[in-house]
Design a protein around this ligand. Structure first.
Ligand code: 13P
Length: 250
C-alpha cells in the first residue's frame, strides 16, 4: 500500500503573515488525515519560520530546489545540507519552471537529485511534457528520457527513497487539469517503465500528479490506481482549498 502524499508548492509566494496563517490553517486538516502525508514547499527564506510553526504538527516540509554543492562560491544557492539542518524532509528537483526558466538539463537535474539524497533529503523528481510534446504524442517518450537521466546517474535503487511528480507543463497554472484517465495512463506508463528496471521499486514509488489540482478535481484523480497524491501549486496557497484536496486523498 502506498501512502498518499499531498504536497503544496508555494513557488514564489508568501509573506511572514500569510505563511503563519496558512500553516496554522493546515494543522487540523493534516492531523485529521492520518493516512495522508501532508507537506509544503515554501520559498527557502521562510523555512526557518515553517520549521518553528510545524513543530509538533503532522505537517512536513521541503525546499523547492537545492544546489548541487554543499558549500562554496555559489551566490544565491541553497545547500542540501543546510536545507536538512532547517528540517526539510523533501526537496523538489527538476520542476518544469526550473527546467524552463533556469535552463536545467536532465543531467543537471540528475546531479541535483544525487546531491539532495546525499544531504539526507527525499527528492521529489518532477517530470512532464510540454503542450507541443503532448500534442505530438510524445508524452511517454519524454517522461522516459527524464527518468532515464536520473537512473543512469544514480541507479534505479535511488528511486527507493524518492517521490516522482508527473506534472504536464500544459496543465501547470493553466486551469487545464489532465483528466484522471490521461493522468492515470501516464502514471501507469511510468510505473511500467520502472518495472523494467526493478519491479519492487516500481510498485513502491509514490507518483504524484501535478497541474491545476484543486478540491473539485482531486478526488477523481486520487481514485486512479497509480496516482498516489498531488503536487499542488496555486490551490496550496489557500488553507481551505488545500484542506479539501487533503480530504480527497483520505
Ligand atoms: P498549479 O497547481 O498552480 O497548476 O501548479 C502545479 C505545480 O507546478 C506544482 O509544482
Amino acid at each position: 500500500m502506498r501512502q498518499p502524499l499531498v504536497m503544496g508548492n508555494w513557488k514564489l509566494n508568501g509573506t511572514k503573515a500569510s505563511v503563519e496563517a496558512l500553516i496554522k490553517g493546515l494543522v487540523d486538516p493534516a492531523a485529521n488525515a492520518s493516512n495522508v502525508t501532508v507537506a509544503v514547499c515554501p520559498p527557502a527564506v521562510f523555512l526557518d519560520q515553517v520549521e518553528r510553526l510545524t513543530q509538533g504538527t503532522a505537517i512536513k516540509f521541503g525546499s523547492q530546489d537545492a544546489d548541487i554543492h554543499e558549500n562554496g562560491a555559489f551566490t544565491g544557492e541553497n545547500s542540501p545540507v543546510t536545507l536538512k539542518e532547517f528540517g526539510c524532509t523533501y526537496a523538489l528537483v527538476g520542476h518544469s519552471e526550473r527546467r524552463t526558466l533556469h535552463a536545467e538539463s536532465d543531467q543537471v537535474i540528475a546531479e541535483k537529485y544525487a546531491a539532495v539524497q546525499k544531504g539526507g533529503l527525499l527528492p521529489v523528481l518532477c517530470i512532464g511534457e510540454t503542450l507541443e510534446q503532448f500534442e505530438a504524442g510524445q508524452t511517454n517518450q519524454v517522461v522516459e528520457t527524464q527518468l532515464k537521466a536520473v537512473i543512469d546517474r544514480n541507479g534505479v535503487e535511488s528511486l527507493a527513497d524518492a517521490v516522482i511528480a508527473y506534472e504536464p507543463v500544459w496543465a501547470i497554472g493553466t486551469g487545464k487539469t489532465a483528466t484522471p484517465e490521461i493522468a492515470q495512463n501516464v502514471h501507469a506508463h511510468i510505473r511500467n517503465y520502472l518495472k523494467g528496471f526493478n519491479a519492487e521499486i516500481a510498485a513502491k514509488v509514490q507518483i504524484l500528479y501535478g497541474g491545476s489540482v484543486k478540491g473539485a478535481n482531486a478526488k477523481g484523480l486520487f481514485g486512479m490506481e497509480d496516482i498516489d497524491g498531488a503536487l499542488v501549486g496555486g490551490a496550496s496557497l489557500q488553507a481551505d482549498e488545500f484542506a479539501s484536496i487533503i480530504e480527497g486523498a483520505k
